[in-house]
Ligand binder design. Structure first.
Ligand SMILES: [Zn+2]
Length: 136
């Protein structure tokens, strides 16, 4: 467990540093503004705001207040994608997911039908990884 924790953070802080650095910066900013970071598995996360979902940035993630276990597992799952994909993660996962997130919000506002969230390959993958690596 300790070895895995150390390996997780060594990779997040080297191969995965692009997203982890941004996530760490945002976490520090939130701490300055009085938010309390929490631990989920090997990750550090902060809860804030309402009704917006979540965002993973390497070893850190951010979720709405009162986030469900499955949402936290999903964002945690994205952190493992950053272990495998490293500097490619923003281009393969984070940016496509963010674009899709906004596209879905617009569609929802227009009352159009949405495909299931996990119908997008990297979202289903993140959900599966989260369930695999975080057992409640
Ligand atoms: Zn996701």
């Amino acid at each position: 467990m300790v070895i895995k924790f150390i390996l997780y953070w060594i990779i997040q802080l080297t191969w995965g540093i692009v997203l982890t650095a941004i996530g760490g910066f945002i976490t520090v900013m939130l701490i300055i503004f009085g938010y309390k970071p929490k631990v989920f598995g090997f990750s550090v996360y902060v809860e804030f705001g309402t009704n917006w979902g979540g965002l993973n940035l390497g070893g850190f993630f951010f979720v709405q207040n009162g986030a469900s276990l499955s949402l936290k597992q999903h964002e945690y799952g994205h952190s493992f994608q950053n272990l495998w994909l490293g500097p490619l993660t923003p281009f393969l996962i984070t940016i496509p997911s963010a674009v899709r997130y906004h596209y879905r919000r617009i569609k929802r506002k227009k009352g159009l039908r949405l495909k299931p969230y996990d119908s997008f390959w990297c979202e289903k993958w993140a959900t599966d990884l989260g369930k695999k690596y975080y057992k409640s």
